[in-house]
Design a protein around this ligand. Structure first.
Ligand code: FDA
Length: 428
């Protein structure tokens, strides 16, 4: 303790955005030990989306170093040697516990001080933990964010083949982990209060198609009012079930493994008193500059101007993590870098399905086709397409969808609604 290190460029956090920020800094030609990553994780930055997918069910499962950044964005696989070779100090297992932005200094739990000229905050999010519920400390309750969590979840699922596995939350994590658990051979039960899964993006009729697909795979749903009220366990402290309620009536759904995916919160605690905040994240401009000079924020933590829709947003998605990191580094080196102009893009893969979405899910969704073999959905407001979704898109569809979402063309809704072939609809 008491050690101190100074960097020209300091990246706080070692996740998806950090890996891409390091790559961008190296491309700018930073000198040896001018840049560093400080991360509390024990591994170099990686493509986090893998953790709820091939990491859990593939045979053999995806494991590091296979998915270090920047393989997902078509770049080098940055193993620790890459950082060494490129002169970026990769400081792992180091949690920052205090920040003094006026003094340009961060301090770690171990007492090391990190000085910086320019700071990139890329601390991401942490899962919302149901810590206040009865039985919250029982063994067998999982959350999923980091490599270490995924290793534990993997062991837990593979130890429970043929058994019930309880999945709480009907968003991305719930949907993907339920699919993974099913592929592994567990019997997943999905529990969430909303009327349908992926309720922030899917319309009821879209969700219905995915839910039918899930039911055919043997996945059971406890939805539409079902709330998780607590966890029950045995005398050894192991989970034995989840207590749920529906309309005030309680019941226990048995299961020895449970994964909770009920959302995430930005890791902003260190900065709430020193930086302007918005939407729970750090407010930045179109160059990812925070309210304090030389302090940038990227990835999940950044509340940024979404130029295309003229509003401030936070995006908990990997495409934004990658692009925002590269953009912030560009802006650091060149004041005339244009403002970030991001087109929202979401995707997910479950079983043999995979979907992509571009744009804004505002307006009335018009569904064309079915999830097998292919389905497109168009969100239409005032005759214009605002968002477009395709299940099982081709590479060409992906390009077309991005153009549609950018240009927001007018369409004949009656004509579109009458179509049954997504390929025709995407050409309209
Ligand atoms: P990220 O969470 O990646 O990194 C934050 C880093 O900061 C971590 O290394 C953390 O340990 C570190 N840190 C935080 N506080 C610290 C401190 N005080 N000191 C030191 N280090 C600290 N997106 C998508 O578009 N498609 C998908 O399919 C998926 N799938 C998916 C699955 C799972 C399981 C998760 C958890 C997330 C996804 N996502 C996704 C979301 C995507 O992974 C996410 O948007 C990016 O990881 C965000 O990158 P960041 O770098 O902002 O945060």
């Amino acid at each position: 303790s008491g050690e101190s290190k100074d960097y020209k460029y300091l990246i706080l956090g070692g996740g998806n955005a950090a890996g891409y920020a390091a790559r961008a800094l190296v491309a700018k030609g930073v000198g040896k030990s001018e840049a560093a990553i400080v991360s509390r994780e024990e591994v170099a930055p990686y493509e986090r989306p893998a953790l709820s997918k091939a990491f859990l069910f593939a045979d053999p499962p995806a494991r590091l170093p296979g998915f270090h950044t920047c393989v997902g964005g078509g770049g080098d696989r940055q193993e620790p040697e890459w950082y060494e070779d490129n002169g970026v100090d990769l400081i792992l297992n180091e949690e920052i516990v205090s920040a003094d932005l006026g003094d340009k200094k961060l301090t770690s739990k171990a007492g090391t001080e990190f000085g910086f000229d320019k700071l990139v905050i890329a601390t991401g999010c942490s899962p919302i933990v149901l810590s206040k519920l009865e039985g919250a400390d029982l063994k067998g309750i999982h959350y999923l964010r980091e490599n270490a969590d995924a290793l534990q979840l993997y062991d837990s699922l593979h130890a429970r083949k043929g058994e019930d596995v309880l999945v709480i939350g009907g968003g991305y994590i719930g949907m993907e982990v339920a699919a993974a658990a099913s592929i592994v051979g567990c019997k997943p039960k999905l529990i969430f209060p909303d009327s349908h899964m992926m309720s922030r993006l899917f319309s009821p009729s879209m969700a219905d198609k995915y839910e039918s697909f899930y039911k055919e795979k043997g996945i059971e749903f406890y939805k539409n009012g079902y709330r998780c009220e607590g966890f029950v366990g045995d005398e050894d402290g192991n989970l034995s079930g989840v207590k749920v309620s529906l309309d005030g009536k309680e019941e226990v759904i048995p299961g020895k493994a449970c994964i909770v995916g009920v959302g995430a919160r930005p890791n902003s605690r260190l900065f709430t008193d020193q930086l302007e905040m918005e939407l729970g994240g750090i407010k930045v401009d179109g160059q990812f500059q925070s309210s304090v000079k030389d302090v940038y924020a990227v990835g999940d933590i950044a509340a940024f101007p979404l130029k295309i829709y003229d509003r401030t947003t936070r995006m908990e998605h990997v495409a934004h993590a990658r692009q925002s990191a590269a953009h912030a580094v560009d802006a650091m080196f060149d004041d005339s870098t244009p403002d970030y102009d991001y087109l929202p893009y979401f995707y997910s893969r479950v079983f043999n399905l995979s979907w992509q979405f571009f744009g804004d899910s505002v307006g009335e969704p018009v569904v064309v086709g079915d999830i097998q073999p292919k389905m497109s959905v168009f969100w239409i407001k005032d005759g214009q397409v605002n968002g477009v979704f395709t299940e099982s898109p081709s590479a060409e569809d992906t390009e077309v969808m991005a153009v549609i979402a950018r240009e927001r063309p007018s369409v004949d809704v009656a004509k579109l609604s009458a179509l049954t072939d997504p390929d025709e609809a995407l050409k309209l």
